[in-house]
Design a protein around this ligand. Sequence first.
Ligand code: SAM
Length: 240
Amino acid sequence: MPLPAQAAQGPIQPGLYASRDGDSPVILKILQNWAPAVSHYFDKEHYTYAGQHIVIQESIEHYGAVVWPGALALSQYLESNQERFNLKDKKVLEIGAGTGLVSIVASILGAYVTATDLPEVLENLSFNISRNTHHMNVHKPEVRKLVWGESLNEDFPLSTYHYDFILASDVVYHHTALDALLATMVYFCQPGTVLLWANKFRFSTDYEFLEQLSNIFDTSILAEFPESNVKLLKATVREN
Ligand SMILES: C[S@@+](CC[C@H](N)C(=O)[O-])C[C@H]1O[C@@H](n2cnc3c(N)ncnc32)[C@H](O)[C@@H]1O
């Protein structure tokens, strides 16, 4: 499946690096002095949302360690629609948070944020969220493991956890956990909850997921970003 920017050529293995000699193709050489590190960082991206400069550390290690177009669309939308979707003091859960950009924007906009993802993504996610919010007067965001469809009743019992907003960007792509993702959205999207989901539409499976979501929830398209083929949808519990 396509990956954004640098990641499109596939991950460079630990211990290898790319070099270019004259016109010869890129070759990989063993880096003799390479030492293992927890993460292999390769880039920082700079953004400004809600008047704040945000620096996102990316990594080649994982899909969740680069900023995807859905995250940019959702961040921009939240910033521009603060009256329609006022996040101040609201409880917000982000699923598949990746680098944390959307969670950081939600936090800057005043929400109580819980950013979640797979265990292997949490280190970079925590790092980004902490570095961009620790100096600010915001509700301290939380970072937690949440594997779609797994242990939800145990880890997030509905008697304790009710969210005003569920945020999700580019969580639908070519993977095998789409049923578990839908079940997770159904679990957290309770009466009164608004699910805001931004996604780049590439594959027929993306549209099939949208159809499934629309069969369960009241859905509407809030915005479209034709240059990136991203749609931003709102879903709420059906009212009949
Ligand atoms: C394409 S990335 C999008 C990341 C981020 N939301 C963005 O838009 O930049 C998909 C995210 O979903 C997470 N993810 C994939 N499968 C998952 C699963 N079964 N449970 C929880 N998170 C998952 C990945 O770790 C990754 O962070």
